[in-house]
Design a protein around this ligand. Structure first.
Ligand code: SF4
Length: 351
C-alpha cells in the first residue's frame, strides 16, 4: 500500500454490526444479554475526504469509529481498509495495517503518557513498529532519524523542536491536542479516526485545531472520519455527514444537502438544536424532546418513532430502509419525501 490514493476507496463497511455482552437485572436475577451498539452499517469513505459522524451520546458513533480504527473486531459484517479485508483477522495479521489507520481521542491529557517527554511520545511508535511507515521511514529509523521526524511533525502541527523536551503537563489543552495529532501522523497513515477531537477544548481553541486538521489533510493526503455530537463543528470540516441514531446510520449526505435539505426528522431536530446568535422563536417548540431509547430494548419499527412527531403506523411496525433522495443523499425514513421549511432550521449550507 502507498499513500498515493486519491480517488480510491479507503474504507468500505458492509452490514457492520457490533454487539456487547452485558448483564441485566431481571426478576430471576442477572441475565446475560447481547446488546447491539452498531447495527448493519454500510459506509464507504473515499480517499481525501472527511466524513463526519454525528449523533447524540450513546448512539454508537464511537463504537463504529473504533471498529474502523481496528480497535474493535466487528461481530458481523465486512470491513475493508484500503482494499484489504480486515474481518476476522488476528492481532498479528492486523499489525501491518495499523500504520494506515490512526486515532485521535477526545481528551489529549489522558491519551498522552505523562511520564514521557514529547520526544518519547512521538518516537515510540517508530521504535515499536520499525518495519512500518514505508521504505523511506525504515531507512530513517535511527535515533537521529526519529528525532528529525518528530521535529518535523512538531513543526507541522504548529509547535517547536524545543517543545520535544517537555512533558504533556507543560502544555495547554490545545497544544496537547496538537501533540496527539502529531503522534497520529508518525506512521504515515492514510486514514485517521478523530473521536470528538475538539469537544474538550475551549471554544477559542477549537477552530484553530479544526483549521490545523484541514491543512494537514491536504499536506499529508489524509482521509478523516470525524466523530462529533456537534453539527456546527463538523460543518467546518466535513465533505459528507452521516447521522447515527441508536446504532444505525439514518441519513447520509454531502454537507450542503444535509444542511439545506435534511430529510430525516432526527437530523432536522439536530439542526434545530444548533445554537445561533439570533435565536428563531419558531424553532423553540420543535427542539428534540426526550432521551434516546435503550439499546437493550429498542422499539419496533423505526427506532426514532417514540420521539418523532411525523410517526405513522408504518413507522411503528417496519424498519425503514435507506431511501435515495439524490445521488449523494440517502435517508432511512418512511416519509423522507416530506420536506421542511429550511428557514426554520439553522441552515449553514454554502457558508
Ligand atoms: Fe419518523 Fe417514521 Fe421517519 Fe421514523 S420512519 S423518522 S418515525 S417519520
Amino acid at each position: 500500500m502507498d499513500n498515493n490514493h486519491l480517488s480510491k476507496t479507503i474504507v468500505e463497511a458492509k452490514n457492520l454490526t457490533k454487539t456487547f455482552a452485558i448483564k441485566v437485572a431481571t426478576e430471576k436475577g442477572w441475565e446475560k444479554k447481547a446488546v447491539a451498539a452498531v447495527t448493519d452499517v454500510n459506509l464507504t469513505i473515499h480517499a481525501g475526504e472527511t466524513l463526519a459522524l454525528v449523533g447524540e451520546s450513546g448512539c454508537g458513533k464511537t463504537t463504529l469509529g473504533r471498529m474502523l480504527a481496528l480497535f474493535y473486531q466487528p461481530s458481523s459484517g465486512q470491513l475493508s481498509i484500503h482494499g484489504n479485508s480486515v474481518t476476522g483477522l488476528k492481532n498479528r495479521q492486523l499489525k501491518p495495517l495499523r500504520q494506515h489507520v490512526q486515532m485521535i481521542f477526545q481528551d489529549p491529557m489522558s491519551s498522552l503518557n505523562p511520564r514521557h517527554t514529547v520526544e518519547g511520545i512521538l518516537t515510540e511508535p517508530m521504535k515499536i513498529f520499525p518495519e512500518l511507515g514505508g521504505a523511506e521511514a525504515k531507512r530513517q529509523n535511527t535515533p537521529a532519524g526519529r528525532f528529525e521526524k518528530a521535529a518535523k511533525l512538531m513543526d507541522a502541527v504548529g509547535l517547536s523542536k524545543a517543545d520535544l523536551a517537555k512533558y504533556p503537563h507543560e502544555f495547554s489543552g490545545g497544544q496537547r491536542q496538537r501533540i496527539t495529532i502529531a503522534r497520529a501522523l508518525v506512521l504515515n497513515p492514510a486514514f485517521i479516526v478523530a473521536d470528538e477531537p475538539v469537544s474538550a477544548l475551549d471554544v477559542s481553541v477549537q477552530s484553530q485545531i479544526l483549521n490545523l486538521m484541514k491543512d494537514l489533510r491536504e499536506e499529508f493526503n489524509l482521509t478523516y472520519l470525524f466523530i462529533s455530537h456537534d453539527l456546527a463543528v463538523v460543518h467546518h470540516l466535513a465533505d459528507r455527514i452521516a447521522v447515527m441514531y441508536l446504532g444505525r446510520i439514518v441519513e447520509i449526505a454531502d454537507r450542503n444537502s444535509l444542511f439545506a435539505d435534511a430529510r430525516h426528522p432526527y437530523t432536522q431536530s439536530l439542526l434545530r438544536s444548533v445554537p445561533t446568535v439570533t435565536p428563531n422563536k419558531s424553532k423553540i417548540g420543535q427542539i428534540l424532546q426526550g432521551d434516546p431509547p435503550s439499546p437493550i430494548n429498542p422499539p419496533n419499527g423505526c427506532a426514532f418513532h417514540p420521539r418523532c412527531d411525523r410517526a405513522t403506523d408504518i413507522c411503528r411496525e417496519q424498519l425503514p430502509d435507506m431511501q435515495k433522495v439524490s445521488d449523494t443523499h440517502f435517508a432511512a425514513c418512511h416519509h423522507h419525501e416530506h420536506r421542511v421549511n429550511t428557514d426554520s432550521l439553522h441552515t449553514m449550507a454554502d457558508t
